[in-house]
Design a protein around this ligand. Structure first.
Ligand code: NAP
Length: 246
């Protein structure tokens, strides 16, 4: 039985991961850690194979560093890790011979949305990302929007500038991730939603994903937990597990 520690176990997503691990016949819950618990002590006492982190952008780097240094694989859903921090986690994971899978979104539909957007970006230089989340989300833009924009930028040719824009309300045209405009909305009644808008002469293409229940994240998290053995260093997203040869 693979032993799994959940960090952020009382949170909205972490609590569902705890239930998912408990319901899985091939997994055992090694421990459940939340704010105020001593993660280092729990790692030493429970010796899990894998730890899953769904905490906060402020605490995730410290948590995951401690997990990797204890030679425990990490599956990370918490958003807000920048490229510098991801590079540091890669180095720590390699040094300790374990894997660190960081996915901005564990929902299959969101993974497909990012893939389809990346494909469309090869043909449409005009593109903007619009994400909407619940009002308690701490970081903006969302990790999914950030990663979508990063991937679009890989393929996109810059659109010709047709007008000199002036923002009379600062921020009206959104933020920029590698020159791709990203717009973030925070509203009660939302979970996680994203639309990627492409425009061409005479047409609009919209690729959209809606999360209607956080249970959608659990199968992707458990897939990563099951497949992380043998991985070393940073693994970005679920894609290498879903399309191993692409
Ligand atoms: N990758 C994905 O598919 C995906 C999906 C959904 C959400 N997310 C991300 O996952 C993160 C968690 O989301 P959520 O909605 O579950 O948030 P949440 O409900 O606020 O849960 C976070 C939990 O972690 C606890 N916590 C805070 N600091 C901690 C620490 N240092 N050690 C251990 N536990 C700590 C919090 O305790 P307190 O409440 O006492 O502070 C809370 O119980 C966010 O960054 C969110 O954007 C990712």
């Amino acid at each position: 039985m693979k032993r799994v520690l959940v960090v952020g176990a009382k949170g909205r997503v972490g609590s569902l991961v705890v239930k998912g691990v408990e319901a899985a016949k091939d997994l055992e819950l090694a421990g459940a850690v939340d704010l105020g618990d001593d993660l280092g002590a729990v790692l030493a006492r429970t010796k899990p194979h894998v730890a899953v982190d769904f905490t906060t952008p402020v605490s995730v780097f410290g948590n995951v560093s401690a997990i990797l240094r204890a030679r425990v694989h990490a599956v990370v859903g918490t958003t807000g890790l920048d490229e510098d921090r991801l590079g540091q986690l890669d180095a720590i994971a390699r040094e300790h011979g374990v894997g660190c899978l960081v996915a901005p979104n564990f929902a299959l539909g969101a993974v497909l949305m990012m893939r389809f957007a990346e494909e469309a970006a090869r043909f449409y230089p005009w593109v903007e990302v619009m994400e909407r989340h619940h009002e308690k989300k701490l970081d903006a833009p969302s990790g999914t929007a950030f990663e979508t924009a990063r991937r679009i930028a890989r393929w996109r040719k810059a659109p010709p500038a047709v007008v000199a824009e002036k923002e009379t309300a600062p921020g009206a045209r959104g933020g920029r991730v590698e020159e791709v405009a990203v717009h973030s909305m925070r509203l009660p009644g939302s979970i996680a939603h994203q639309e990627v808008w492409f425009g061409g002469p005479g047409e609009t293409l919209v690729i959209r994903h809606d999360t209607v229940d956080r249970e959608v994240f659990v199968p992707g998290v458990l897939l990563a937990v099951r497949k992380i053995d043998g991985m070393k260093g940073l693994v970005r997203g679920l894609e290498p597990l879903l399309w191993p040869r692409s």
